[in-house]
Design a protein around this ligand. Structure first.
Ligand SMILES: Nc1nc2c(ncn2[C@@H]2O[C@H](COP(=O)(O)OP(=O)(O)OP(=O)(O)O)[C@@H](O)[C@H]2O)c(=O)[nH]1
Ligand SMILES: [Mg+2]
Length: 393
């Protein structure tokens, strides 16, 4: 019956969720939940749909592919994964009474009928969307841990035993581990020309930003998704922080400062000539770049290619003489800075050379470990990786 807008609203026979990514690929998997038999018949013209038998069918006049009815209310379509094919197929299915949905809008058990219980279904759903390789084993290990603590929650209820039995420590650890599912934001900030873009490009393995010996090269912040030793992060390179009369550069710095506020991890960078930036919040990690231009502590070459902790880019408690000089300047210029409150944090946590690669692997490990500490990965407790774990009837 036509509604107020005169649009014919069809009865929803099925919900449809894509089980594969939206990126173009060879084959897509579309999951149908509901009166799948009616939809399969109309879409393919095939009348008989015995359970568990995959068939090669035509999806209307749009494509040819496999389809299988897995249970009375669940089916999978496997068309080719071209964006136009998927668009036309979706439009056709909507005409037939199918409603597209996001995976979290359907009970996890419907999307993962192979799961032994709801804990396992939710873990499989999390595996499907987790960005970081480090998430996989840990997620697959979660169902038995949850089962030991509480009976599986059913769909659609309120708060169950699950959350009540989680300690504050469990919840805090879970928030950190969730970085393995949704990539955290990592921002590198510094005054112009210290090497932020050079480092960002080196980590990304391609050119994210132009790097040049011209202060103020980077204007708008740029970003790329990168894997850091098993943790996938969204890495942001920002414009050099400085006072400027250029309104466009000033706006770009303002936007970068807003980004800094929401960073999950903020890295401050300096070099032997330039000071720490004045930032709106305290950085989580401080790195000294261009150590290849420093005299070696051992006298064995620029930047110290020897085996000392400093030359390997490891944590150093004692700043070098050059750094120590920068330390004083840092404090004074930070106090004078107009960009926000200052912080007296002069010693570098890490020493690197973005152009030579020195200390980069230690930096990668340090970023990962601060976002997802190794103790969290090794912990045998439960991880609240999906809020639905705590719901029960
Ligand atoms: N020797 C040496 N030079 C470096 C290193 N890292 C960066 N540089 C050089 O420093 C200059 C500035 O590098 P950028 O990466 O553009 O610096 P930036 O911090 O992004 O500068 P802005 O975009 O202006 O804020 C370039 O000439 C780089 O080649 C390093 O580790 N060692
Ligand atoms: Mg730059």
């Amino acid at each position: 019956m036509p509604d107020r807008d005169g649009i014919l609203r069809r009865q929803c026979l099925c919900r449809m969720v894509p089980a594969t990514s939206k990126q173009p690929g060879a084959i897509a998997i579309l999951q149908l939940v509901g009166d799948v038999e009616t939809v399969l018949k109309s879409l393919t013209g095939v009348v008989n749909w015995p359970l568990g038998r995959a068939r090669l069918v035509r999806f209307d006049d749009i494509d040819e592919g496999l389809a299988v009815r897995l249970s009375h209310d669940l089916a999978q379509l496997m068309p080719h994964s071209g964006p136009r094919i998927l668009q036309r197929l979706t439009e056709r299915m909507i005409e037939l009474g199918v409603q597209p949905a996001a995976p979290h809008e359907l009970p996890a058990e419907s999307v993962y009928p192979e799961a032994a219980d709801r804990y396992e279904a939710l873990a499989l759903a999390a595996v499907a969307r987790a960005a970081s390789p480090l998430a996989i084993d840990l997620l697959l290990d979660q169902p038995p841990r949850w089962r030991r603590q509480a009976p599986p929650p059913a769909q659609g209820g309120g708060r169950g035993e699950g959350r009540a039995s989680l300690s504050e420590e469990d919840l805090a650890r879970s928030r950190r581990l969730n970085h393995l599912i949704d990539p955290p934001i990592v921002v590198v900030a510094g005054v112009p020309n210290v090497g932020k873009s050079t480092l960002s490009n080196a980590l990304l393995g391609r050119s994210m930003s132009i790097a040049a010996d011209v202060p103020g090269t980077t204007r708008d912040y740029t970003s790329g998704r990168i894997e850091l030793a098993g943790l996938v992060v969204d890495w942001y390179d920002t414009p050099g922080m400085r006072d400027t009369s250029d309104p466009i550069e000033s706006k770009a710095i303002d936007l970068a400062r807003q980004l800094i506020e929401r960073a999950d991890l903020l890295i401050a960078m300096k070099d032997h000539e330039h000071d720490w930036p004045t930032l709106p919040r305290r950085p989580d990690l401080r790195i000294l770049n261009k150590i290849d231009l420093l005299p070696s502590p051992s006298g064995r070459g620029a930047g110290g290619e020897g085996n000392s902790p400093a030359s390997r880019g490891l944590l150093v408690s004692e700043p070098s003489p050059l750094e120590r000089r920068g330390q004083g300047e840092g404090w004074h210029s930070a106090s004078r800075g107009a960009l926000g409150p200052s912080y007296p944090r002069p010693a570098a946590d890490l020493r690197i050379s973005a152009t030579h690669g020195t200390g980069i692997s230690d930096l990668v490990t340090a970023v990962r470990d601060r976002l997802v500490p190794p103790a969290d990965l090794a912990h045998s407790g439960r991880w609240l990786f999906d809020e639905r774990l705590t719901q029960s009837v």
